[in-house]
Design a protein around this ligand. Structure first.
Ligand SMILES: Nc1ncnc2c1ncn2[C@@H]1O[C@H](COP(=O)(O)OP(=O)(O)OP(=O)(O)O)[C@@H](O)[C@H]1O
Ligand SMILES: [Mg+2]
Length: 599
């Protein structure tokens, strides 16, 4: 798993290496400072000579020419040296933190980019599998967790064991007998903290699951904000949120309750140790077997030892917690997009807008029992206008989604321009098959920017020409800012019918070979709908137009109309043929005529 994620840190490896290097310097200095302290106390204050002091730091000081100094002079000189190296240690510490932050944040950013790019390649069914809310949680909460663990690992993974080893060897070199005291207490504390960490981990995992739920829920409520208001469900939604929010609060308190035990355990261990050391140490000093300065530095080492043990246990807990997040990230990174164009012919281009379905069967999931589309055979000539009619759930959308390969067939094949859709590179196919989805969406940005999704390099004239066909130009020009009008997130500041027309314009701007309108004029009045059809017929003569509609009006002039019933083709013919022979068509036609008469 780590091997899978490490490449994302590659760009920042210099910082990831510099940080531990700076930390090594910092730790070395931190370990030396108590030794200098003991020199100040024992040689500067108590009058012991440097030569008598059996420590390597005293030897170094003698080589530095401190051997002749005594009293205040020695205190000042050693103090000055201590201050100097303390400053270096400070700089190293700050540098290490800076490098670690750069490496950690960079790693996080690369991971986010990696997941985002991966999701762009996902097919609808890949996205269905994870759910949008969960993908968002993975890109935010989980990446934050991994990024923090990575930063902590860079800083602490070297620091704590190194500090531990150095402080222990220093303490032993000062006094072996005294060292036995912490050798008894420290393992007990370490084991206790590890136990707490392991228990807390379980509680934190539960907590993260609750966050998942809350994120999914917030996302749904925000997207559905209008529905919530329309159905006056705010109170109910607030209550649901309160329950979910309280669950997180309780779970956090439950988990933190364990973690707060760390501090008292740590404090009791350190102070027990210090009291025992002072007690035994005082006896040693009185017996002349130890100096006061040594005892003081010994106590500092004890603190360093316990601190590093505490850190090691924290790294352990953090890494276990980050592992769950890493798992969730890897799942996304390892997911194979089930629609890909690995076997496509690089040079294939879509010649024309002809379409053929050969014995096509389709279901959304492999495990589903029944096919949604059953044995579809169909030929559409390039440039034809084809209407599709059928009740809700009769698989109209499912049928047309197979043409731009939003889903792949389960059996049989779909051909566009005379070749299997799988032969084309996906971008080639989708550039040439433009589909206005039933649940269409505009993005934040100006109208012009939204239309340019269809063709980045289109001139304003081309954009307006497309908008004119879609009957969108008039209302866009009536806005004070025209095509520069800013659409809110999701295109909130245009009406449903205006949004549909902009989506059609966006699709037309691609100059596709095949244009699919999936119930795309449902919110447009009949007269405007008629003008859109007229415009497409006259100005896009070579484009194959597939129109799914509930209104017979919208498709009655089509070259052929496909009647779908429960995933099967019930009939194909033009308006007159179907009206004379097809029961479903007749029923829909007459019911719509009747309602027209009533109006
Ligand atoms: N993403 C999906 N996953 C699983 N099943 C789906 C999915 N989308 C649609 N279905 C199922 O496929 C069948 C056909 O749905 P489809 O959306 O193609 O119908 P439709 O004719 O377009 O209906 P409508 O007129 O309401 O748009 C339905 O029974 C539906 O439950
Ligand atoms: Mg549909």
């Amino acid at each position: 798993m780590i091997r899978k994620l490490l490449p994302y840190a590659k760009k920042y490896r210099l910082f990831a290496i510099l940080s531990p290097l700076a930390i090594v310097c910092e730790v070395l200095i931190e370990v030396i400072i108590p030794l200098l302290m003991s020199i100040i106390v024992d040689c500067g204050i108590s009058g012991q000579s440097l030569a008598e002091k059996e420590s390597f730091i005293a030897d170094i000081l003698i080589t530095l020419g401190f051997g002749n100094l005594a009293g205040t002079d020695l205190i000042l000189a050693t103090g000055g040296l201590m201050f100097g190296i303390a400053m270096i240690s400070l700089a190293c510490g700050a540098g290490a933190a800076y490098f670690a932050a750069k490496a950690g944040m960079g790693f996080g950013a690369e991971l986010r980019k990696g997941i985002f790019n991966k999701i762009q390649d996902f097919s609808f069914s890949n996205i269905d599998k994870f759910s949008t809310g969960s993908l968002i949680t993975r890109m935010t909460t989980d990446i934050n967790m991994v990024q923090m663990a990575f930063m902590m690992a860079i800083r602490m993974l070297i620091r704590s064991p190194l500090m531990f080893a150095m402080a222990i060897s220093m303490a032993f070199s000062i006094n072996k007998k005294l060292s036995l005291i912490f050798m008894c207490i420290a393992p007990v504390m370490f084991a206790l903290i590890l136990l707490i960490g392991a228990a807390a981990h379980k509680r934190f995992t539960q907590l993260f699951k609750k966050y998942d739920k809350l994120n999914n829920y917030i996302q749904e409520t925000l997207i559905g904000a209008r529905v919530v208001k329309a159905f006056v469900r705010s109170k109910h939604e607030k209550e649901k949120f309160r329950v979910s929010n309280d669950e997180i609060k309780d779970a956090s308190i439950f988990a933190e309750k364990l973690i707060i035990l760390n501090n008292p355990i740590m404090a009791v261990s350190i102070y027990t140790c210090i009291i025992l050391v002072l007690w035994v140490g005082a006896k040693l000093i009185l017996g002349g077997d130890m100096y006061l300065g040594d005892l003081m530095s010994f106590i500092t080492y004890i603190q360093q030892i316990f601190m590093s043990l505490m850190m090691i246990s924290m790294i352990f807990v953090m890494s276990v917690m980050a592992k769950a997040s890493m798992n969730r990230i890897c799942e996304v990174l390892e997911e194979k997009p089930d629609i890909n164009d690995e076997n496509a012919d690089e040079s294939a281009t879509v010649k024309d807008g002809s379409i053929e379905f050969r014995n096509v069967c389709f279901k959304y999931s492999k495990n589903a029992e029944n096919n949604v589309l059953k044995d579809i055979n169909l030929t559409i000539k390039s440039g034809e206008t084809v209407g599709i009619l059928g009740g809700t759930g009769s698989a109209k959308t499912s049928l047309v989604q197979l043409i731009p390969r939003l889903y792949d067939t389960t059996e049989g094949e779909v051909l566009v321009g005379g070749r299997n859709v799988k032969d084309y590179k996906l971008h080639v196919l989708r550039d040439s098959v433009s589909m206005v989805l039933q649940t269409n969406l505009l993005f934040s940005g100006t109208i012009e920017e939204n239309l340019r999704w269809g063709n980045e390099n289109a001139t304003l004239d081309e954009i307006r020409a497309a908008a004119k066909i879609a009957q969108a130009d008039d209302f866009v020009m009536s806005f004070p800012d025209g095509y520069k009008t800013d659409l809110g997130q999701g295109g909130v500041n245009v009406s449903g019918g205006q949004k549909q027309r902009l989506c059609i314009a966006r699709a037309i701007l691609k100059k596709p070979n095949v244009l699919i309108l999936d119930d795309s004029t449902s919110a447009v009045d009949t007269a405007t709908d008629g003008r859109i059809r007229e415009g497409m017929k006259n100005l896009l003569p070579d484009t194959t137009k597939i129109i799914i509609a509930q209104r017979i009006n919208s498709i009655q002039h089509a070259d052929k109309i496909i009647v779908l019933d429960d995933g099967k083709i019930n009939d194909i013919g033009n308006h007159d043929e179907l009206l004379s022979r097809n029961e479903i068509y007749k029923e829909v036609y007459f019911s719509q005529q009747e309602s027209k008469m009533e109006q």
